[in-house]
Design a protein around this ligand. Structure first.
Ligand code: MG
Ligand code: MG
Length: 257
């Protein structure tokens, strides 16, 4: 199903997006060597509930996970890239952490993810990989406007990732957003321009380029949720929810800093 939101619903989505952005920024600011993944989950839970919002994750039980997820945020460390199940793991300086958060507020969902290296001295390879997913995300957003097609966004994202030297996995990608977290259209992280669903105002999309440094193959952790690189290499993930507007796209989950 593809939902087209009314202007009132888009303004509600702005509030959801601002909440998601604020929670992710706060979690990033609080993270340091010694932070436990379960601390991050607890902080996310408190901020979601304080805002009167609902977690999209806690009861989530899709076919690809051992559901329900039972936690409030995805915490993926180093070789983990997607759906990282929070567990009793304490972060160290230099760890690469990806946080992914989706919540519902006022009946509308927003979904966003960030990657960063714990501490003040990120290793160059991790920094470059994170930067590539951020550039790919920006390129996908720049291609999003009424009349553009999903393939245009996929092509823009994939071109950046491929030019940066990363293999692309198409098992998971971006998606429509609205009253629920995962809707059509699916947005692969590579594709052909001019193909697929034509964008129009009121459509909400989550774009989410992610890469693994040297492989396109995922393996599922024993926890039944966390997806890791098959080679043990590091990974990165960047995601924003955008609204298609009359003349382009508005980022709903833009962080203030
Ligand atoms: Mg997400
Ligand atoms: Mg998403």
């Amino acid at each position: 199903m593809i939902e087209i939101l009314s202007p009132t619903e888009v303004s509600r989505a702005r509030a959801t997006g601002a909440l998601v952005a604020d929670i992710l920024q706060t979690l990033k600011d609080r993270t340091s060597a010694g932070t436990n993944l379960l601390d991050l989950d607890g902080w996310a839970r408190a901020m979601i509930l304080d805002a009167g919002a609902q977690s999209c994750y806690v009861d989530y039980a899709p076919s690809f996970g051992r559901g329900p997820f039972g936690h409030y945020i995805c915490t993926s460390v180093n070789d983990a890239v997607l759906h990282g199940l929070p567990s009793d793991v304490t972060l160290s300086d230099g760890d690469l952490l990806s946080l992914d958060l989706a919540v519902s507020l006022g009946g509308v969902v927003a979904d966003s993810a960030i990657s960063f290296v714990v501490g003040d001295a990120p290793d160059p390879a991790s920094a470059a990989m994170i930067a590539a997913t951020e550039r790919a995300l920006a390129a996908g957003i720049a291609a999003a406007r009424p009349g553009a097609r999903i393939g245009d966004l996929s092509h823009a994202i994939g071109t950046v990732l491929r030019d940066a030297g990363y293999p692309i996995n198409t098992d998971f990608g971006g998606h429509g957003v609205g009253s629920t977290m995962h809707q059509d259209p699916h947005i692969p992280n590579t594709g052909r321009p001019g193909r697929g669903y034509e964008l129009r105002p009121g459509l909400l999309l989550a774009l989410e380029p992610w890469v693994m440094a040297d492989t396109a193959t995922l393996v599922t952790d024993d926890d039944g949720w966390t997806l890791r690189s098959a080679t043990g290499c590091r990974t990165a993930h960047s995601e924003h929810t955008i609204a298609i507007t009359a003349d382009g796209a508005e980022i709903l989950t833009l962080r203030s800093r």
